[in-house]
Ligand binder design. Structure first.
Ligand code: DGJ
Length: 717
């Protein structure tokens, strides 16, 4: 194996600034976090090479070590074209190759920009890096600028390439699924040949999620080296995973080059979404803890708010489209007595929306259901001490709507060609600024004229026939990106105008969950599948990438709509309490006994939600591996921990070994507060050492049994 040997003298001290270190004599840059190093170097020909990403090295190594032969940090198409390129351009003279060389750099605070330029033309790339030191996460993105006098066409632009150090048996872990089955965990060995994870449907997608983890084939939940990352983009995206001939895994990601062409006129720049990556030697569990902490602090819009996510009531699964003033007022009164804090009307309140065949686009209250507008319900809900929320799906239109009758040209379409409907709806072309301004006006009016505290923003279909007839042919394919950029702009402006409103991102369940949506939404709708047993797997996968605080989970009525499964109210509540709790049930039909139980569980949730929403999650037993799922949450100050345990289906009278906890202080006593008798053993005061080494004894029997226990830290024995 060829090696690059460094022979630079060790005389000039490095310039250190907030995690970014520059060794000028070695033309080397290091992005350093508390536990990791990411090393880049410009070689004698000024090719920018990636040398290393993994556990932190020593300063001596940055200057003098021999690293494995390196690949280019941002390989452009040209020269060696047998790997996925980060950038491909076409020029007016037909020259398609690009040879990028390091030109200059700029360092400000925790941000580094490295400038590369083509050897002939003034086509430049700025690679921007940001370091999140205490989270072991770095951000990368690219900006392409056309400094030439002619137009060039970008044919593929990636945010960046992650290069994983060589190993024999690398594995890829990713999240896949479909409607009602989101976030299923898939894990497979990385062989030669490209593996592509992507979306081609205009949104993030249920089918695959833009998150990955790579390990050397030996990581577990608790141990081992794991490289992980996620892309902040909610449109067509693509990850290409390749194995190099010298045994490294390369993962390139960014905009999907499917149906992609971006004309870049002289003087114009084009920017990619941010691609985040992190490393841990503490297994998949630590990888998600790092991500969760970073997402809570740096990504979610309410990162620094002291308020927890409120307990939600949503009308959808009890009424579907059949909402009206009288019913909602009655249900709101019951919900308030249970401790619900946010009361939301889902689909069905507007236009002629009595089913999914009409009304989308007409965002005025339905006059038969709400003869006096929304005002009386909102006032009633507020008087009961709850916040009020509403469902919208602004990007869509039913052909049977006043909006479509007035503006049939506003939808995405090719002239004279079929307009495929999904759920009887078409997609408004949000890439058009007039459509965006119309939606801004309508939504701003809705939020200004009504005291709405929460918006659930849905998006229930994919793009088809992605035509944009109003723009020149050369811009036709930009629709995929302009749509999403305008979506972000619309969303951001509404947030700015209505800063008190809580936003929830939804897309027929979890079809548009990614870091970009997370940065604009306090919470997300995980899945339309609310079966509490199916949810164990969905929520397990979700938490590999995204934080429990944002994960909406509802209790719904039985038998479950999808599986016809009947589970106890306790099982349903405990499954939903592992994220941000909601209920969507026919409260007006519930017996007093169930209402009393719900009251008790909501009170318990409020007592532990700080720990669940802001604590560290330990996935003790995976729903993919056996008959038990168990999760433990430890509060940020370590004073409280909560354990949830679920038995799937007992066979052969099998019992479990004691459930060993994690993340406790071994030398401290904890008081156990089980919610029932299923945590056996008489002792209610035990040490962290006992709980982590011996474990909790659980008596979960039969099918779909569940329990929980709260642990309060007492002090030294
Ligand atoms: C899909 C969402 O995921 C559901 O929660 C609900 O809001 C329906 N749309 C309403 O049409």
């Amino acid at each position: 194996m060829s090696r690059i040997l460094l022979t630079f003298a060790l005389v000039i001290p490095s310039l250190t600034l907030a995690g970014i270190r520059h060794f000028p004599e070695a033309k080397t840059w290091v992005l350093e976090t508390e536990g990791t190093s990411y090393v880049l170097r410009a070689d004698s020909e000024n090719r920018l090479l990636h040398l290393y990403w993994g556990a932190r090295l020593q300063e001596q190594d940055y200057r003098a070590a021999s690293f494995q032969a390196a690949g280019e940090e941002y390989p452009a198409w040209g020269g060696r074209i047998n790997v996925e390129p980060c950038l491909k351009v076409n020029r007016p003279d037909g020259v398609r190759d690009l040879v990028l060389r390091y030109a200059s750099h700029e360092q400000t605070g925790d941000t580094l920009i490295l400038r590369l330029k083509d050897i002939r033309d003034d086509i430049s790339v700025e690679l921007e890096y940001q370091v999140y030191e205490s989270y072991d996460i770095i951000r990368k993105s690219a900006r392409i600028t056309n400094g030439t006098g002619g137009q060039v066409t970008l044919e593929s632009v990636q945010s960046g390439l992650w290069q994983i150090p060589a190993a024999e048996q690398d594995r890829l872990t990713y999240l896949a699924g479909h409607w009602g089955r989101e976030f299923q965990v898939l894990r497979e060995q990385i062989h030669q040949g490209a593996k592509v994870l992507e979306s081609r449907i205009g949104k993030t997608g249920h089918y695959l999620n833009p998150w990955f983890a790579v390990d050397h084939g030996d990581a577990t939940e608790e141990t081992g080296a794991v490289w992980f990352g996620a892309l902040a983009w909610s449109g067509n995206w693509k990850f290409t995973v390749e194995r190099t001939s010298d045994g490294r895994t390369w993962l390139t990601g960014g905009y999907n080059d499917f149906d992609f062409a971006w004309p870049l006129h002289p003087g114009e720049s084009f920017e990619t979404p941010a691609f985040y990556g992190g490393f841990t030697s503490g297994g998949f569990g630590d990888a998600s803890q790092l991500l969760h902490r970073w997402e809570r602090d740096q990504v979610l819009p309410d990162g620094h708010s002291p308020h927890p996510r409120p307990v939600l009531y949503n009308s959808w699964y009890s009424t579907y489209f059949d909402v009206n003033e009288a019913l909602l007022k009655k249900v709101a009164e019951i919900a308030a007595t249970l401790g619900v804090e946010l009361f939301a009307i889902d689909d069905g309140w507007f236009g002629r929306r009595n089913n999914d065949r009409a009304g989308l686009g007409d965002w005025e209250p339905n006059p038969e259901k709400f003869p006096n507008g929304l005002g009386p319900v909102i006032e009633h809900v507020h008087k009961l001490g709850m916040k009020f929320g509403i469902w919208i799906e602004p990007e869509m239109v039913n052909p049977d709507s006043d909006l479509y009758r007035a503006h049939a040209d506003w939808v995405i379409h090719f002239p004279g060609r079929p307009r495929s409907e999904q759920r009887n709806q078409l997609v408004l072309n949000l890439a058009r600024n007039d459509v965006k301004e119309h939606l801004f006006g309508v939504l701003d009016k809705l939020l200004s004229e009504n005291r709405i505290d929460y918006v659930k923003w849905d998006m229930n279909r994919e793009f088809t026939e992605p035509g944009w007839p109003e723009v020149p042919i050369e811009r036709q394919k930009t629709i995929w990106i302009e749509y999403v950029r305008n979506l972000y702009d619309l969303w951001d402006r509404l947030r700015e105008r209505h800063p008190e409103v809580i936003f929830e991102a939804c897309s027929g369940g979890g079809g548009r969950i990614d870091l970009a949506m997370l940065s604009r939404s306090e919470q997300v709708w995980t899945s339309d599948n609310t079966d509490p047993f199916d949810r164990l797997k969905i929520q397990h996968g979700f938490t590999l990438a995204y934080p429990p605080k944002a994960m909406m989970a509802w209790v719904t009525d039985v038998p479950d709509r999808l599986n016809q499964r009947t589970t106890s109210l306790q099982f349903r509540f405990l499954s939903a309490m592992m994220g941000s709790l909601g209920i969507s049930v026919a409260l007006e039909k519930w017996p007093e006994e169930d209402l009393a139980f719900a009251r008790k569980m909501i009170a318990l949730y409020k007592d532990i939600r700080e720990t669940i929403q802001r604590g560290d999650l330990y996935r003790l037993a995976s729903p993919w591996e056996g008959d038990l799922t168990a999760n433990q949450y430890v509060s940020a100050d370590g004073k409280q921990a909560v354990v949830f345990a679920f038995r799937h289906s007992q066979q052969f009278r099998d019992t479990f070994p004691p459930l060993r906890l994690r993340g406790l202080d071994p030398a401290t006593l904890y008081r156990l507060r089980p919610i029932d008798e299923k945590v056996t053993g008489d002792s209610r005061t035990v040490s962290g050492a006992f709980l982590m080494n011996h474990g909790l004894l659980l008596r979960l029997v039969g099918d779909y049994d569940a329990t929980a226990v709260v642990l309060e830290k007492l002090g030294s024995p």
